[in-house]
Write a protein that binds this ligand. Structure first.
Ligand code: CAO
Length: 551
């Protein structure tokens, strides 16, 4: 009986890999080979098993820690000497696959294959033999770039994505889900794109952009867009490309055994990972008839009243029949925000109220302020006044500063305001924190800094998270009204268009007034129409006479 340290075995040339899950606790009795923790890189996840049997006396890592070969995971009071001998061999076995992204390899083109075609083969994946293909991430006809993940494979202890060695169009996929593959097997044939875009033979795959998206990254990119301009995209494609569920290999296996579709489960673990409890809860609700899987909905096996979407397939058109075309892959931010917008638009029962605010005096005050502060370098914008006005309206109508969480409504006591910013990569929503505690000058300055950061692609995830309410202003561009999509889990969003001079009847005569069009979209599960009309009317009152903010 002795106390031993369990260390991270050889995990290949991968450094500082993150611990994402602790699978045991102090006091647990573990067997040799039982998984202790899960670690994850951007392309692979792996469970690290115990090299000894015994009782855990101390856990030396926590979720979020970065570990390397030799890092101590836990201390264990070992059962006996016999298990140590067995463990010695196990340690060598578990050390197998490198957690780093496998470096893609290209087969030498066969002489009978045209030079413009290229086979992509399974690279060296360590000791892995006969690993199962669990997911195809591309389909025939897709354009893929160098390092883009093509498939996910899985053993009982690790899963990893295999990237493409070349850029091109997938001519054929030579494998299907369920196939067992080994080093050297041909995955796909590509029709090559411009040869200069191909991977330099000496480069490694470690620097490639991650395909897995963490929820923290996804949520803030749920940028609002008007319904009429929402990008048309194939939802199944978007979800397969951007929403590969995070789950450890053993949980994937468990889900497969139960026939539970992992892609339909919302993970409650760290970074949205799917836990064993999530799989069990999902399976329970399906058994009770509370939830239907997509397959059940599609087959119309509904016994409940909720209609599955049952939509027609997305039209597949050969556009070249009608004229010359060019295909360009959608950018990463567009793909992520598109999937979020789609969910929000489908899942939230939106209603949009339109109104006008008389900003004649406010605009005159804004122009005067900017003249007086010309030398300060800060330009006060209408959007900064709108942020202050909306904070006031949120205080008066707290239902607008909530989020739905199951059967509960979460009321927030803070006032973080998101604003949509147009950037070359797509829409981003930076957040002004604690806008209730800041003046219009400070908000203007912060907005200008955040908008610049957004355009330069330098926003941190903290600068894009935690908003209570979002404003989407097209005022600098034009238009009259639009229907912004709510940025979940917020419950309302204000769309603003370009102000215009209009003839407004004052009871005696028509007066020239500067009118600002407002469009408020709100979640009808939380807010009623009368409340929304009051919110808009109050906002218009404040904008007409800003002194009301003080009341
Ligand atoms: N009516 C009339 N003019 C307006 C206006 C309004 N509602 N709002 C702004 N303007 C004017 C400004 O006064 C400014 O004019 P000057 O250059 O003569 O001073 C001009 O339009 C440009 O304003 P701006 O862009 O500098 O400042 P802003 O505060 O209006 O906007 C930001 C900042 C970051 C929101 C903006 O740059 C942006 O990205 N807008 C697009 C957001 C978007 O795409 N929303 C739609 C998302 S879909 O839901």
């Amino acid at each position: 009986m002795s106390n031993l340290d369990i260390k991270v075995p050889d995990i290949g040339d991968f450094d500082a890999v993150a611990v994402i899950e602790l699978m045991v606790k102090v006091g647990d009795h573990v067997k040799v080979d039982q998984s202790l923790i899960t670690v994850e890189s951007d392309k692979a996840s792996m469970e690290i098993p115990s090299s000894h049997a015994g009782v855990i006396t101390q856990i030396k890592v926590k979720v979020g820690d970065k570990i390397n070969e030799g890092s101590v995971i836990a201390s264990i009071k070992a059962d006996g000497v016999e298990s140590l001998a067995a463990a010695a061999t196990t340690a060598a076995v578990v050390a197998g696959p490198a957690l780093g992204v496998p470096k893609p390899e290209a087969a030498k083109p066969k002489s009978d294959v045209p030079v413009s075609e290229q086979a992509v083969v399974v690279p060296d994946i360590g000791d892995f033999k006969d690993v199962s293909v669990i997911e195809l991430m591309v389909k025939e006809g897709d354009t893929v770039s160098v390092d883009q993940s093509l498939i996910t494979v899985e053993s009982d202890k690790a899963s990893m994505e295999i990237p493409s060695s070349h850029a091109g169009v997938v001519k054929s996929l030579n494998i299907k889900v369920g196939d067992k593959i080994n080093k050297g097997d041909v995955l796909a044939m590509l029709v090559l794109a411009n040869s200069s875009a191909q991977r330099a033979s000496s480069s490694t795959a470690l620097a490639s952009a991650p395909v897995l998206s963490t929820p923290e990254l996804v949520a803030p990119l749920a940028a609002p867009l008007s319904v009429s301009t929402a990008p048309a995209h194939n939802p199944s494609e978007a979800s397969s490309l951007t929403q590969v569920p995070h789950a450890s290999p053993s949980i994937r296996k468990f889900a497969r055994e139960l026939g539970v579709p992992l892609g339909e489960i919302k993970g409650s673990g760290n970074k949205g990972r799917i836990t064993i409890g999530d799989v069990q809860a999902f399976s329970k609700s399906v058994m009770k008839g509370q939830v239907q899987t997509a397959a059940q909905k599609a087959s119309g096996s509904s016994s409940g009243s909720g209609a599955g979407l049952g939509l027609l397939d997305w039209p597949k058109v050969d556009f070249t029949k009608f004229g010359s075309i060019e295909r360009k892959p959608m950018g990463r931010i567009k793909k992520i925000s598109g999937a979020n917008l789609h969910r929000n638009w489908v899942m939230i029962p939106h209603v949009t109220n339109h109104d006008d605010a008389d900003i004649t005096e406010l605009e005159a005050f804004r122009v005067l302020t900017n003249k007086e502060h010309e030398k300060s370098g800060v330009k006060v914008t209408m959007l900064a006044f709108l942020i202050k006005a909306c904070v006031s309206a949120l205080k008066k109508f707290p239902e607008f500063n909530t989020s739905l969480d199951g059967d509960e409504l979460v009321y927030k006591h803070y006032f973080h305001m998101g604003f949509a910013a147009d950037t070359p990569n797509g829409l981003m929503v930076p957040v002004i924190r604690d806008a209730d505690q800041k003046g219009v000058m400070q908000i203007s300055q912060e907005m200008s800094d955040l908008a610049k950061k957004a355009r330069d692609g330098k926003l941190s995830s903290t600068e894009m998270t935690g908003a209570c309410f979002t404003i989407s202003s097209l005022g600098g561009i034009g238009g009259r009204y639009f229907t912004p999509i709510i940025n979940a889990p917020e419950v309302a969003i204000l769309g603003v268009c370009k102000s215009q001079m209009q003839a407004v009847w004052d009871g005696k005569t028509f007066q020239p007034r500067l009118m600002l069009p407002l469009s408020l979209s709100w979640d009808h599960r939380v807010i009623d129409g009368a409340l929304a009309a009051r919110f808009n009317a109050y906002l218009a009152q404040i904008l007409a006479d800003f002194r009301r903010v003080l009341l």
